[in-house]
Structures are given as C-alpha cells and as structure tokens.
Design a protein around this ligand. Structure first.
Ligand code: HAX
Length: 438
C-alpha cells in the first residue's frame, strides 16, 4: 500500500472538510445561477451545479489540472529516467492530493501499481467468452464491472462502515482499478488484434512503459502512452464520463460499478468515441480521393458533404470550450516534433486550416475549433496502432485517473446522492406563459 500518498490524502481531506461544511451550513442559500428552459431541454449546458477541485475548464483557456495548465503540469511532474515525460503514477498522486509528488512518493505509487496490476483469471475468462468482434469498449467496461466482487468499499459498507471512512475503501478500490486498467486494455488488444498472443508484464517498468511493452509497441510509444493518459485524465465534472461516474458513485455504488458506467458514457460518438470517428472519417476520405492530393478544396468539399448528410464533423466542437483545445495543441506539438512530414498528420493539419471556416459558415456549432479527439488517432496510427476502434479504450484508461480521483473526494467530502428535479413539458409551457405576461 502506498503509505505516503494515502497519509497525505487523508491530511488534505481533513483540512478540506470544514470548508465544504461551512459553505453548506453558512452560505447554502447563495445563488450560483438560474436555469432556463433552453438549459432544461438542452442537456443542462452551463448549469453550475457540480463541484470538483481536481480540474477546472475555462472556455477560453482550456483545462487546468489542480490549477496548472497542461504545459505547467508536464513541466513540474517527476520524469521517468531517460524520458522527457512524467510518471503517470506521479500524476495520479498529484490529482489526488493537489501537491506535486517527490520522486520518492512517485516511486512508491509505481511499486504499488506494479504489485496490483495482474488481472484475476476470471476477468480473462469472461473476456475470452465474449464474441471476438465485440467492441473493445464493451470488453473494457465488462472487465471493470466483473471485478466488482473485489470491492473493499462494498465489503466494508456491508459490515457497517461510518460515513467519514467511505473515502478510504473508495481510494483502495480506485487504486486497485487504476493499476489493472492498462493490463486489461492490453489483454483486450492482444486478444482481439494480435492473434491472441500475450506479453507478460515487465517488473522493471512503470505504468506507461509496461503498457507499451504489453501492447507490443516499441519506444517511444511508452512516452505516447504517458502523454495520452495524462492529457485525457480529467476535464472537470460535467462531461458525460465524469458526470456518469460521479452520479453512479453518489448512490454509494463502488468504484467498479461507477467507472464501468462512466466508460459506457465515454463510448458514445459525441464523447470519447469521436477519436475513432476522426480516423474513420479520414480513411473514408482517403479512399474517395483514390490517390489524389488532399488539397484544401477537396477537404472543404468532404467536410461540406458530411454536414450536408446531416452528420457532425468528428473532433470539432465542444460543449464548454470556445477555442482550440489545448489537449489538441499538446498533441499537435508532439506531431510537429516527432512526425512532421507524416501524410496523415498533414491531412489533420489541412482539416485544421479548413474546418473552422466551414463550421462557422455552416452556422450551427458554438465552437468551430478542434477538440482533443481530432489529433489523437493519428499519433496512434503512426506508431502502428491502426485498429481505431481501440482508441477510446486508451482514452478510458486516462479518464479513469480523473474520475476515480473525483469519486474518492466525493466520498471524502460527503457529497450527496444526486437527484435533480424534473418538470413536465406543460410546466415549462406554463412558466413560459407566465414569463410572457410579467
Ligand atoms: N459538426 C457539425 N455540427 C456540429 C458540430 C460538429 N463538429 N458541433 C456542434 N454541431 C452542431 C450540434 O450538433 C448542434 O446542432 P443542432 O442544433 O442541430 O442540435 C449545434 O451545432 C449546436 O451545438 P453546440 O452547442 O455547439 O455543441 P453541443 O454542446 O451541443 O455539443 C459536441 C458538443 C462536442 C457534442 C458537438 O460539438 C459535437 O457533436 N462534436 C462532434 C463530435 C465530437 O468531436 N465529440 C467529442 C467532443 C470532445 C469530447 O468530449 N471528447 O471526449
């Protein structure tokens, strides 16, 4: 067990609890906004009714993890020797506590994850019993759910645990899951796409390094994995995967139930599945080109064809962001450094030049700029991971870092079971009529 991280986390929880209690007790009536009819019908967009300190998404600036931008986060985290990239395990500690861990604290988590990363045999049996053409996200979610029998939270709850102890087994379950997710993903990948030939874990390697090793992809894919997991980790609380995980956990469902549900949300094409959709769009486009150069004119026409067919341009638009996603920028910088002349990257860049103008002229989307998913698939493809229906699983490993930290804190701060109020259409019509009269 990683003692340093857990002790630090408990200290942070004890310091934080009075702040939450005071807000509810002394300032509970303070208004944070009002809800309009458009918001009630339109997916609660912009309704400010969730609290998290793990990350914050500013519409113009993009994500900050625990107060730090993406470049600042990568700068301060302890790095894997011989790599310019941080340990994912150190980043986990950072999301949990808000403090940049020392190398010693990081390495303790590295060792804990190593000790916990093997999958139980029954998970492997369940995966193997599923039809091989099952979507990898279904297998991933199923593998997570199957492990629910391991839940310490469920066990301790059944024994009669006090509310202020909930965070402890939630943290333990989250750690256990986090350590196993890359192994689970690599198992699914090798079973489905690599002739069912598996690679044992390497006890010398950290999470990113071992993931690349078990996937069977050479360096610098270990750095790609580290970058990818960190970039996809958290995007505050309102996105579908984070909100679903939080919602399910609010019923005191354990981390296995909650994460599996969140992963199911991530599997939707408007959310995490958009990364595979981007690749699919590009491959269809290239097939149609039949060897022609993908000029700006041809890209523009293909984008219009997609819009005119009533479909969305995958990888573009966002519910909160109103500028280019800094997660897109970080991956673009990686491409400029490592694969500047790669034709697929050049195509992504041509789309980047053309799509915002097309979407603006189309006039529907509030944000014509690219999001994280527009750039991520090309990097995977370049390093040999061409099975694009696997891309969202990679996103899922990363997203787990954020949502599991969140539900640990949810239990630490005693957040309530979620239960917003619904109204009928007639009630909305009556409210509209009353507003018109007034
Ligand atoms: N292409 C075409 N139309 C788009 C669009 C796009 N990329 N983005 C938004 N629109 C449309 C919406 O479908 C909506 O149309 P209707 O009025 O007919 O319903 C209109 O523009 C207004 O939408 P919005 O307010 O700008 O955006 P939303 O908050 O409703 O939706 C989405 C945000 C990300 C779902 C949306 O931009 C989208 O569908 N994008 C394409 C899919 C995608 O890339 N998803 C990944 C987003 C990032 C993420 O979560 N990753 O996991």
């Amino acid at each position: 067990m990683s003692k340093l991280l857990k002790e630090k986390l408990f200290k942070k929880i004890q310091e934080h609890r009075p702040r939450t209690a005071k807000l509810v007790k002394e300032h509970g009536d303070v208004k944070l906004g009002e809800v309009t009819i458009a918001q009630a019908i339109g997916g609660a967009r912009g309704v400010r009714c969730l609290v998290t300190d793990i990350s914050y998404l500013d519409p113009m600036e993009g994500i900050r993890f625990r107060g730090r931008t993406i470049p600042e986060t990568f700068e301060v985290m302890p790095k894997v020797p011989g790599s310019g990239y941080p340990y994912v395990e150190g980043f986990w500690s950072y999301l949990m506590t808000g403090d940049v861990p020392t190398m010693a604290e990081t390495l303790e988590v590295v060792e804990e994850f190593k000790a916990k990363r093997e999958l139980p045999q029954y998970v492997i049996d369940i995966l193997r019993a599923m039809p091989r053409d099952t979507h990898p996200m279904t297998m991933f979610s199923q593998g997570i759910l199957a492990m629910q029998r391991e839940s310490l939270f469920a066990k301790r709850y059944a024994e009669g645990m006090k509310k202020d102890e909930y965070w402890d087994p939630m943290y333990e379950d989250s750690t256990n899951l986090m350590a196993k997710l890359p192994t689970l993903a690599a198992y699914i990948y090798r079973m489905k796409y690599k002739s069912d030939v598996h690679i044992p874990a390497d006890p010398k390697l950290d999470m990113g390094g071992n993931f690349a090793h078990q996937m069977g992809i050479a360096k610098p894919y270990d750095d790609v994995a580290r970058m990818y997991f960190i970039l996809h980790s958290d995007h505050e609380s309102g996105n579908v995967s984070a909100h679903t995980t939080h919602l399910v956990a609010s019923a005191l469902s354990d981390a296995y139930y909650s994460l599996s549900a969140g992963i199911n949300g991530l599997a939707g094409p408007l959310h995490g599945l958009a990364n595979q959709e981007v690749l699919r769009w590009m491959m269809n486009f290239q097939t149609k080109l039949g060897g022609q150069e993908p000029t700006e004119e041809l890209v523009k026409k293909a984008l219009w064809d997609t819009l005119n067919a009533g479909q969305v341009i995958p990888g573009y638009g966002h519910a909160v962001l109103r500028k280019t996603d800094p997660r897109y920028v970080a991956q673009r910088e990686f491409c400029l450094k490592n694969l500047p002349d790669y034709p697929l990257f050049k195509l992504i860049d041509t789309i980047f030049k053309v799509a915002p103008g097309v979407l603006t002229e189309h006039g529907k989307t509030k944000n014509p700029w690219p999001n994280v998913d527009a750039q991520s698939g090309v990097i995977q493809w370049y390093y040999g991971l061409t099975e694009w229906d696997f891309y969202t699983v990679l996103f899922g490993i990363g997203r787990a870092l954020g949502v599991l930290s969140n539900i640990t804190w949810d239990r630490a701060l005693g957040y309530a079971i979620e239960r917003p109020k619904s109204l009928t259409t007639k009630m909305l019509e009556d409210a509209a009529a009353a507003a018109k009269k007034a």
